[in-house]
Write a protein that binds this ligand. Structure first.
Ligand SMILES: CC(C)[C@H](C(=O)O)[C@@H](O)C(=O)O
Ligand code: SF4
Length: 775
């Protein structure tokens, strides 16, 4: 076995090991990907890359697409097609482009006319597409959600989406292991969302960087699958690309009868369960970092600031920057208080709200809705609220909630009952906060402008958001009369969740039919962009000399590097206007002269020198490096980076370089501030000042360095590994036959969906794909 670890192994080690196709001497691993989820925001440029290179999707049977980020959540009664339904031009174009791509590449697609449509991280588990022991990726940072099943699931950028579409593999490196063990019983009123907010408060948003977190301990293993998903979902907010929970009987119970899980009690199911049961960390397995938490220390938790680590118990007060010693953290706290319009020392329960949002891939599953509904049942939302929105995570969650009468509970209380989508979690659709508005939100990110420019977000659990809706302020759900009866107790076994329908529903095919009816000429601009494609190879990066701009903030997230309104493009180019948009431009559109990139000579910067930690954390949007590149910045020097941003940057012929020596980095920053050029020499792995004197040495991963220096196309490189990938796939079919997409393909072959015959395309495996896939 290539790269096998001797001795006791963690859950992560096992799943990783089982997917190694090839391992290079320098530790670069070609990892097989079992499941690929696709959405409209991060896929257009990837499909375009495939198209430009004349490549096909290798495993259409392991790829599932939906549309979620851009879509309106208004009633779909009159929905006929995306073209007719989505008013906003860029959003519509992005969704239409996805539809064109699923049509061209013959992919399974849950569009807006399909009840199974929903947020990508809700529909995967719902369908049994996500299974224990699998590798799951998506061009989306919250892919970590799927780790709740004991899958190794992580977000990737668009170049990697292209790599997976073409090769069903990814080039990666082994991560470190981190264990977060939560023992004891969670008190009433405390949910898994409080657990993860508390954990992030403890470890910080960079705490898990470079690690895969395994969540374990009695408090975790007594949680339902949905509660586990909320925890793994926010692993990325703790800096970890992936979070995992060992699969157990609760997992297997959840999977029973899901459309894409092996059929219950079949020989395949038994074989699968046997394998799944082996997926737990061995006794004595070593973790690089251990965090132990007593469940009793956790009480309902809310965020006060603009980073998910800015949390306090609901019984607490807004922190005082004067109490913070670290100057960078103190400044961050001051900034956050100004942005949030809060004064130090204010009781959290005195903070008055404008809006409440219950939704997102963190907390829009049926249990979340049930919990919120129990709390508001028979009551009314507070009169000071301008709006309270309930946005189910998927069409099936919505349907089930309606079957249970929950829609009525929400509507009677004054909530809006919406259609499924990401909605106000990031406001790429019309659901946004107005400047200055304050929102209690069950989502996962409270970055500046996340829910709308100038909007203020407080993160919390569904129970707490429901309580806040009733009170009109942040509120402690435990103070509501009878709350114990209202909340599903953490002690009781999780209630079995009704399964989504497995039957072919004629309505559900409406969308695909629409796609097939689309007039090809109307899609012209969506498929013929001339934007550069990563698969065409990159210009080499050897030495770079130029002006460097200095930034000192910690945790500069990719939402800040490029806000959501610029993600609606289907191209890689032209993003420089969006770069640091909220910081670079005033509200009236004029330039903010105080911002470094608006000042001479830094408006010509080729290099960014960041002295704050964790640059590029958060979302997987590859638009962040594209925007930097478009502005002219090809290199970022920093003490640490968000993992996904770090990867994405390399894929674009840019160098994100860690400079560990903080004193040297500070000296480089001084040169930058003085407006003198610096030189980054990747061949010699040194940074020099404008006199050619060495300022710092650095080390770049060998494989990446080689690709950069030679401008290599890694999709092309991987395609040369065809034989090994095929060998791996043959073994996979033997060992884990349930992963071959047999469920829907076989049903499809029986003629469940009638689609007119098309010229026969071939996948990169050389197999014929006779018809678009549906199940
Ligand atoms: C659009 C997508 C790239 C992004 C992500 O990766 O997380 C989004 O889902 C988000 O939550 O910010
Ligand atoms: S975090 Fe929000 S925007 Fe991102 S996938 Fe989840 S619901 Fe959608």
């Amino acid at each position: 076995m290539p790269g096998a670890i001797s001795g006791p192994r963690t859950l992560y080690d096992k799943v990783f090991q089982d997917h190694i196709v090839n391992q290079q001497d320098d530790g670069t691993v070609l990892l097989y990907i079992d499941r690929h989820l696709v959405h409209e925001v991060t896929s257009p440029q990837a499909f375009e890359g495939l198209r430009n290179a004349g490549r096909k999707v290798r495993r259409p049977d392991c790829t599932l697409a939906t549309t979620d980020h851009n879509i309106p959540t208004t009633p779909r009664k009159n929905f006929k097609s995306v073209h007719q339904f989505i008013e906003e031009d860029d959003s519509r174009l992005q969704c239409e482009t996805l539809e064109q791509n699923v049509r061209d590449f013959k992919l399974t697609y849950f569009g807006m006319g399909d009840k199974r449509q929903g947020i990508v991280h809700i529909i995967g588990p719902e369908q049994g597409f996500t299974l224990p022991g699998t590798t799951v990726v998506c061009g989306d940072s919250h892919t970590s959600t799927h780790g709740a099943f004991g899958a190794l699931a992580f977000g990737i950028g668009t170049s990697e989406v292209e790599h997976v579409l073409a090769t069903q593999t990814l080039l990666t490196r082994r991560s470190k292991n981190m264990r977060v063990q939560v023992d004891g019983e969670l008190a009433n009123g405390v949910s898994s969302k409080d657990v993860i907010l508390y954990v992030i408060g403890q470890i910080g948003t960079a705490g898990g960087t470079g690690h895969v977190i395994e969540f374990c301990g009695s408090a975790i293993s007594s949680l339902s699958m949905e509660a586990r998903m909320s925890i793994c979902n926010m692993s990325i907010e703790g800096g970890a690309r992936a979070g995992m929970v060992a699969p157990d009987d609760i997992t297997f119970e959840y999977l029973k009868g899901r459309p894409l899980a092996p059929k219950v009690d079949s020989a395949e199911w038994k074989k699968a369960v046997k394998y799944w049961q082996s997926l737990r960390s061995d006794d004595g397995a070593k973790y690089d970092v251990d965090v132990f938490i007593n469940a009793k220390d956790i009480i309902p938790t809310v965020s006060w600031g603009t980073s998910p680590q800015d949390v306090v118990p609901i019984t607490g007060v807004v922190p005082n920057p004067a109490d913070i010693k670290d100057p960078n953290k103190k400044e961050a706290c001051e900034r956050a208080l100004v942005y949030m319009g809060l004064e130090a020392g204010t009781k959290m329960t005195d903070i008055v709200l404008d809006k409440v949002f219950i939704g997102s891939c963190t907390n829009a599953r049926i249990e979340d809705l049930r919990t919120a509904a129990h709390i508001i049942k028979g009551k009314k939302i507070a009169p000071n609220l301008k709006r309270a929105m309930l946005v189910p995570g998927s069409g099936l969650v919505k349907k089930q909630a309606e079957d249970e009468g929950l829609d009525k509970v929400f509507l009677d209380a004054g909530f809006e009952w919406r259609e499924a989508g990401c909605s106000m979690c990031l406001g790429m659709n019309p659901d946004i906060l107005s400047p200055g508005e304050r929102c209690a939100s069950t989502s996962n990110r409270n970055f500046e402008g996340r829910q709308g420019a100038g909007g203020r977000t407080h993160l919390m659990s569904p129970a707490m958001a429901a309580a806040a809706a009733l009170v009109g302020k942040l509120a402690d759900v435990r103070n509501l009369e009878g709350y114990e009866q209202a909340l599903p107790s953490s002690k009781s076994a999780p209630k079995h969740i009704e399964l989504p329908p497995q039957v072919e529903d004629p309505e559900s095919d409406a969308d695909l039919d629409n796609i097939l009816d689309v007039d090809e000429s109307s899609q012209g601009n969506s498929v013929q962009t001339k934007a550069p494609s990563s698969s065409a190879g990159m210009p080499p990066f050897t030495q770079l000399k130029g002006i460097a701009a200095h930034m000192d903030r910690n945790n500069i997230d990719t939402d800040a590097i490029i806000p959501k309104q610029f993600l609606k493009t289907i191209k890689r180019a032209g993003l420089s206007t969006g770069l640091f948009h909220a910081w670079r431009f005033n509200k009236d559109g004029s330039k903010n002269e105080d911002f470094i990139l608006n000042q001479k000579p830094f408006d010509q910067a080729k290099i960014l020198v960041v002295t704050g930690e964790n640059f590029g954390c958060g979302s997987s949007r590859e638009h962040a490096p594209w925007a930097l590149l478009d502005f002219g910045i090809k290199c970022v020097l920093a003490p640490s980076f968000g993992d996904i941003f770090f990867n994405n940057t390399f894929k674009n012929g840019m160098l994100p370089q860690v400079i560990e020596d903080k004193a040297a980095l500070a000296r480089i920053a001084e040169e930058a501030k003085a407006g003198r050029e610096i030189e980054v020499d990747l061949e010699a792995q040194v940074v020099r000042n404008d006199k050619g004197e060495e300022m710092a040495k650095f080390e770049t991963d060998g494989f990446r360095r080689n690709c950069l220096i030679n401008g290599l196309d890694d999709v092309g490189l991987t395609m040369q590994m065809q034989e090994r990938i095929e060998r791996f796939e043959r073994k996979r079919t033997e060992d884990t036959p349930w992963l071959d997409g047999s469920g829907f393909l076989s049903r499809h072959r029986q003629g469940a969906v009638k689609v007119e015959a098309k010229p026969v395309p071939k996948t990169n495996r050389g197999e014929e794909v006779s018809e678009p896939l549906e199940w």
